[in-house]
Design a protein around this ligand. Structure first.
Ligand SMILES: [Zn+2]
Length: 214
């Protein structure tokens, strides 16, 4: 099996999506890019998470040619590959229709930062315009609008997250849903206290340099 370690990582990350209530049935996907070969491991299309094994994942090159796998790759493969081709710093992506983040997608609103955890994602989660599913359109919109954020809300659709690995992108998919949920309920009670850019920058520094084990 090609890229065994990366397949194992993408498989484990994929299972985190249903475990964290971010996806139902077959929706959503995770991919990872191997830094040495630039090959991408991605979830197969329309496949149930409970049936998924590392060997079911599909290995594609950056042009979308399938190099290994007995299943069709995710319908969002062109999106993932476009982002990988245009963002040399991105080695993992996740996509979900997680409900609270998708409320912002339905409303066509970015998620403004009102929690310190927002700094982990880069502050405000930007909004990408409406694009139909299947081709490179979503990828182009992500690259154009995501900026330094690790997540983007795609209008009328859902969330895409990026990161330095599939694991980071998956963690961000969980974070963005948590943040969306709290922000959504907070706005029902009144106007949240939005963070200033300085507060976001200060917290981003904490997440980068202080938080976690190293
Ligand atoms: Zn989708």
């Amino acid at each position: 099996m090609m890229l065994e370690e990366l397949c194992e990582e993408v498989w484990k990350c994929s299972l985190e999506l249903p475990k964290n209530d971010l996806v139902k049935m077959t929706s959503g996907n995770v991919s990872g890019r191997d830094p040495e070969t630039n090959l991408v491991v991605i979830k197969p299309s329309g496949y149930k998470y409970e049936d998924l094994t590392p060997a079911d994942l599909v290995v594609v090159d950056l042009e979308g040619n399938v190099l290994e796998g007995h299943l069709k790759p995710s319908t969002d493969t062109a999106t993932h590959l476009y982002v990988y081709r245009h963002r040399s710093d991105v080695f993992g992506m996740a996509h979900t229709h997680s409900p609270y983040a998708s409320i912002f997608a339905a409303l066509g609103e970015p998620i403004r930062p009102c929690l310190t955890a927002c700094a982990m994602l880069g502050g405000e989660v930007p909004l990408g315009g409406y694009v139909s599913v299947g081709g490179e359109g979503i990828g182009k919109e992500i690259v154009e609008k995501i900026g330094h954020s690790l997540a983007i809300i795609m209008q009328n659709h859902g969330v895409f997250t990026i990161g330095s690995s599939a694991s980071v992108a998956t963690k961000m998919a969980v974070e963005v849903e948590d943040i969306a949920k709290i922000t959504y309920f907070a706005t029902l009670r009144g106007e949240p206290i939005w963070l200033t850019p300085d507060q976001v920058a200060e917290m981003a520094n904490v997440y980068t340099n202080v938080y976690g084990q190293r």
